[in-house]
Design a binder for this molecule. Structure first.
Ligand code: GLP
Length: 233
């Protein structure tokens, strides 16, 4: 794991932007994308740049179960607002949160991932170590699944909803095995609230208690953090 520490989240996001540019320049065409507040600055930089994704495919990590893509808190809506409306891609894939046929939806998404091997996967990290919505205890060999969100994740994400009752309790998430199959992974984390989990991910044992710790086994991971998130390393 390569860990790059920057004074500010803006500088760290600029570095992540450079990695996207480099990857595109080397022929990368499939980008795994993430939601959450962490990549917002990076997406803003992309929309303000001339980076060209018109021949590229995006595959997002996850989507809330029960929310349509036009719901303001859905991850599809987030991606459209922050990136896709300004930066068109050839294809944008996200799980369909409204598909109640779980076997069909998970198989559909795994097929998309199999047909479009991910060149560069962007990740954030939950305060409990989740990547995508792969919560503590998730199988390292897991593929796309409908997962139960932990209380900690529901609490962390309630800030985007009117009340905690409005936060969906389940989500479709790409599995850890699919994340690990990406050729290159960039994980971004900013702020003091991520310091403990960044330490556990980088320096702790590889354990399903900290899903992101499995990234220690990937041979091309770059962790891009600000000083605050790196403060316990
Ligand atoms: C969400 C997403 C993750 C994201 C994490 C951290 O639950 N499913 O993909 O990395 O939370 O979010 P934030 O960047 O807002 O801290």
């Amino acid at each position: 794991m390569k860990v790059l520490v920057f004074d500010t989240a803006a500088e760290a996001s600029a570095k992540a932007f450079d990695y996207f540019g480099e990857a595109l320049g080397k022929g990368a065409s499939v980008f795994g994308l993430a939601t959450g507040s962490t990549p917002e600055k990076l997406y803003e930089m992309m929309t303000q740049s001339d980076i060209d994704f018109t021949q590229a495919t995006s595959i997002n990590l996850d989507e809330y179960y029960g929310l349509s893509g036009s719901h303001p808190q859905s991850y599809r809506y987030f991606m459209e607002q922050h990136l896709f409306n300004e930066k068109p891609f050839k294809h944008n894939y996200l799980p369909n949160g409204l598909n109640e046929n779980v076997d069909e939806e998970t198989a559909r998404y795994d097929q998309i991932i199999a047909e479009n091997p991910i060149d560069l996967q962007l990740l954030g990290i939950g305060v409990n170590g989740h990547i995508g919505f792969n919560e503590p205890g998730s199988d390292f060999e897991g593929k796309t699944a409908l997962v139960d969100l932990t209380t900690s994740t529901i609490e962390a994400n309630k800030r985007f909803f009117e009340s905690v009752e409005d936060v969906p309790t389940k989500a479709y998430s790409m599995g850890i095995k699919s994340i690990m199959s990406a050729k290159q992974i960039l994980l971004l984390a900013f702020g003091e609230s991520k310091a403990e989990i960044i330490k556990a991910m980088v320096e702790g044992p590889i354990t399903t208690d900290v899903p992101a710790s499995i990234l220690q086994n990937h041979d091309n991971v770059v962790v891009i953090v600000d000083k605050a998130a790196a403060s316990l390393l």
